[in-house]
Design a protein around this ligand. Structure first.
Ligand SMILES: Cc1cc2nc3c(=O)[nH]c(=O)nc-3n(C[C@H](O)[C@H](O)[C@H](O)COP(=O)(O)O)c2cc1C
Length: 376
């Protein structure tokens, strides 16, 4: 199987004060970063300056006292991405929605609206999420076993609703009083075990065909749903070998559905700490460790001098472990350091772009435009 023929795609995970317990205490981190729109605008524009493909927001469906500070005070993703769309021009905007808790009609409508607002840059990660959220969304009668079948129904409905209208449905002919061609408006009449949705949706088709769609997971069921319906999977392996194994398995499933694996984005995230030298990286790590009462912050897997981290990324990419690499930040300058120090090396080596190729997210990800499909 052909692996990673395309250039590497990069995404920036926006997670306010960081995905750890201590980063918010760092002197350079605004303590309210997770609810600070100016902070997010700054990061979004930074990522766009460096030609990142997309912004990405990870979400949570239930919280309690044990959660990381970021989860305890954060923005809802579609709202945040809508705001960021008006401060950026090229970068993709990905929110996360839980199929176990959300409603597919509303989700389809929100994401297609984001897509229109951003002129073709929206994407969504439709995850099962964790069963803990059942208590917040009136789903107490459902269990873990329902989550993947629900996710499948949710994905089918969203895709169907996004194709409510054919591309050339709207005529908007003022002189002749013709707004649209009703023959090109379609219901889905979906009757599932979990969801019943007739349609139509009241928003025209995306200029990128459909917003880019991901799901997340590592299990066979998650891989199966991803391969059948989505443009990519957000997944995780402990090591490169484990990640390549998941990537190979999901690409084989994609192929078995008569789809082209090279148009499917295997997506992984890491939280690099980089410096010009190994010592610089260690100093940054120690800044965080000193904030941790038990010195318990795990050292990131991608760590060290910029060249070392660039080598590691190149190795993972060439091995087929990832098509889209999402950068999370533990250190307040994590994204900026990655952009200043690692991205130029990846660009010099021809692994990452120096200019956006397209206007839409799908175009930049090099995923072909999906033709309108009648729902069946
Ligand atoms: C890489 C990755 C990212 C995930 N992101 C989220 C998330 O943003 N929010 C959430 O509630 N769950 C998230 N999950 C959890 C999944 O939705 C799901 O609960 C979990 O993967 C169990 O499903 P699986 O056993 O089929 O993989 C994520 C899981 C993985 C592997």
């Amino acid at each position: 199987m052909e692996k990673s023929r395309k250039k590497l795609k990069l995404g920036a995970v926006l997670e306010g004060v960081g995905w750890n317990y201590v980063g918010w205490q760092h002197p350079d981190m605004p303590a309210n970063a997770s609810e600070n729109i100016d902070h997010y605008i700054q990061l979004a524009q930074l990522a766009e300056t460096s030609k990142f493909d997309t912004l990405f927001l990870i979400d949570v469906s239930h919280v309690g006292p044990g959660n990381i500070p970021h989860y305890l005070s954060m923005f809802e993703g579609v709202s945040l991405m809508s705001a960021l769309s008006t401060h950026t021009k090229n970068i993709g905007l990905s929110a996360t929605i839980a199929s176990s808790y959300a409603d597919p009609y509303s989700a389809a409508r929100q994401i297609l609206s984001l897509d229109k607002i951003s002129k073709g840059r929206a994407s969504v990660n439709i995850i099962t999420s964790n069963p803990g959220g059942m208590v917040n969304f009136s789903r107490g009668h459902l269990g873990r076993a329902d989550q993947h079948p629900m996710n499948r129904e949710f994905l089918e409905i969203v895709i169907g609703l996004w194709d409510t209208y054919e591309d050339d449905t709207f005529i908007r002919d003022k002189e002749n009083g013709l707004f649209l061609n009703y023959g090109k408006m379609h219901n889905i009449n979906y009757k599932g075990k979990y969801f019943s949705v007739d349609g139509p949706l009241n928003i025209s088709r995306s200029i990128q065909g459909r917003p880019v769609l991901y799901t997340a997971g590592t299990s066979e069921k998650a891989l199966e749903n991803a391969a059948a319906y989505t443009d990519g999977i957000f997944t995780h392996g402990e090591t490169m070998v484990e990640t390549v194994d998941i990537a190979d398995r999901v690409r084989a499933k994609v192929e078995s559905k008569n789809r082209r694996p090279e148009n499917f984005m295997v997506t992984v995230s890491q939280n690099p700490i980089v410096g010009e030298t190994e010592k610089d990286a260690m100093d940054k790590y120690m800044e965080l460790m000193q904030l941790s009462p038990r010195n318990s912050l795990p050292r990131p897997q991608f760590f060290g001098s910029a060249k070392k981290v660039a080598d590691q990324i190149q190795k993972w990419h060439e091995a087929g472990a990832m098509d889209l690499f999402l950068i999370r930040q533990d250190h307040p300058h994590g994204l900026r350091d990655f952009i200043d120090l690692v991205v130029p090396i990846l660009q010099d080596r021809g692994i990452f772009r120096t200019e956006y190729e397209a206007e839409t997210l799908r175009g930049n990800l090099e995923i072909p435009y999906p033709r309108w499909k009648k729902f069946d």
